[in-house]
Write a protein that binds this ligand. Structure first.
Ligand code: NZQ
Ligand code: ZN
Length: 384
């Protein structure tokens, strides 16, 4: 097992009718800015619940944070917050609104000339405006982690920033607010959270007995819950289980002392920034191809995953690994996602375009840091 330090200061407030807790969790003298996406919160009643809860606080609103939040949008929010001496932020939405609000929180007190540097050089983040979350889309785990992802369409960049200042003070998870989610977002949430576990699990065997069992338990839960979520999206217990799974998938608990991969996530960003795929769609396209290309390296763990998660007992290690990849593809497709670039109309030239971009960046990913531009080219070619 590797050395690790674990800390997660985010308080979780979970269950029916809990949005009203905003009233008491935030000190009465705070000057609050509530950040929203494009309008789903107004249509499903979440907005009214937040407004009612904050009726005795000073609060203003910022609307229009788009999926895959853009730097230019968040900087408008930073200007509004500064004009109004805001000292507390509340994000109401999914991963995009939460991540944008995290960046807004870091940028408000930053007095350097170019706040984009905060997204690139995370060590520049040394203080931050406190933030809380009302989660409306179970998927990313952003409500209880120290990660954020920001896009800059003008320069075709999508970057991930990690800092302890990004942990929300508290997050409210009321499963009833998920009832209005479109089917596509449910599919995305299932696959994204499945992949968060996989990025912390599908590496090498023998690192941690407990973390392996924990990850396998979460994967089995998602496999059990996934079809129910798609069939019964207004069943409270189904959605409550789903919401808890997605939070637990990426709040640090399954990653203690184990190597992590994250190559699928990082090279997948290219498909969002260049071709507009949703985050989860990129994962469903890249991961099966990555497993195929890196099968030798990950074979032992693939066989363990085959046995314990998909109950495949027949065959040798190699055959089990192949079956595990097949089962994963079938699951993603059952959840409603496509698994090949061509199914999204992405042309074969994309492979070389992405290769050139990754080569220029010089970045390397994966638990063995061997997913470089060349390896990524092979993965994207495999996923065509
Ligand atoms: O904008 P509104 O109108 O609110 O609509 C949103 C949006 O169009 C809608 N929605 C949210 N809650 C709803 C709802 N519609 C009906 N009813 C509700 N209750 O859903 C759409 C998608 O929302 P978005 O926040 O973009 O989705 P998601 O939560 O999947 O977030 C994706 C972003 O998170 C990043 C991704 O890269 C992407 O930018 N990630 C963040 C991570 C993190 N911070 O830890 C980890 C992830 O791996 C991921 O990279
Ligand atoms: Zn993800």
């Amino acid at each position: 097992m590797e050395n690790f330090t674990f800390e997660n200061p985010t308080k979780l407030i979970f269950g029916k009718g809990t949005i009203s807790r905003l009233a008491t969790e935030i000190a009465p003298e705070k000057r609050i800015m509530v950040c929203y996406g494009g309008g789903s919160a107004k249509r499903n009643g979440v907005y009214q619940q937040v407004k009612d809860a904050l009726k005795d606080h000073f609060s203003i609103e910022f609307w229009g944070i788009e999926p895959n939040p853009d730097y230019d949008t968040v900087m408008k929010a930073v200007a509004l917050a500064r004009q109004n001496d805001i000292d507390y932020l509340v994000a109401v939405g999914g991963g995009s609104v939460i991540d944008a609000t995290k960046f807004i929180a870091h940028a408000i007190p930053y007095d350097g000339e170019d706040p984009w540097q905060l997204a690139i050089h995370n060590e520049l983040i040394t203080r931050s405006t406190p933030l809380a979350v009302v989660l409306t889309l179970p998927a990313t785990g952003s409500e209880m982690n120290h990660r954020g992802v920001l896009s800059r369409r003008r320069t075709k960049e999508k970057v991930s920033f990690i800092t302890p200042f990004s942990f929300p003070r508290f997050s409210i998870l009321d499963p009833e607010v998920t009832y209005t989610l479109p089917r596509k977002q449910l599919s995305n949430g299932i696959v994204d959270s499945f992949m968060h576990i996989m990025e912390q699990y599908m590496t090498t065997t023998g690192n941690s007995v407990l973390m392996d069992r924990w990850a396998e338990g979460a994967l089995l839960s998602l496999i059990e819950i996934g079809p129910k979520v798609l069939e019964h999206p207004t069943d409270y217990d189904t959605m409550a289980n789903f919401m808890l799974c997605t939070t637990m998938a990426l709040n640090g608990f399954v990653g203690m002392g184990v190597p992590q991969d994250w190559a699928t996530h990082r090279i997948g960003y290219e498909l969002t920034i260049l071709y507009g795929l949703d985050h989860a769609e990129t994962l469903a396209v890249v991961f099966p191809a990555l497993l195929t290309i890196l099968k030798e390296q990950k074979k032992e763990k693939l066989a363990q995953y085959a046995e314990r998660v998909w109950h495949i007992q027949d065959g040798n290690t190699d055959q089990k690994a192949d079956k595990a990849i097949e089962k994963t593809v079938t699951f993603f497709r059952q959840m409603g996602l496509r698994t090949r670039m061509s199914e999204y109309g992405i042309p074969a030239e994309a492979v070389d375009i992405i290769y050139q971009r990754l080569k220029k960046s010089g970045a390397v990913y994966g638990e063995k840091k061997n997913v470089d531009a060349e390896m990524a080219r092979a993965i994207f070619a495999q996923s065509l």
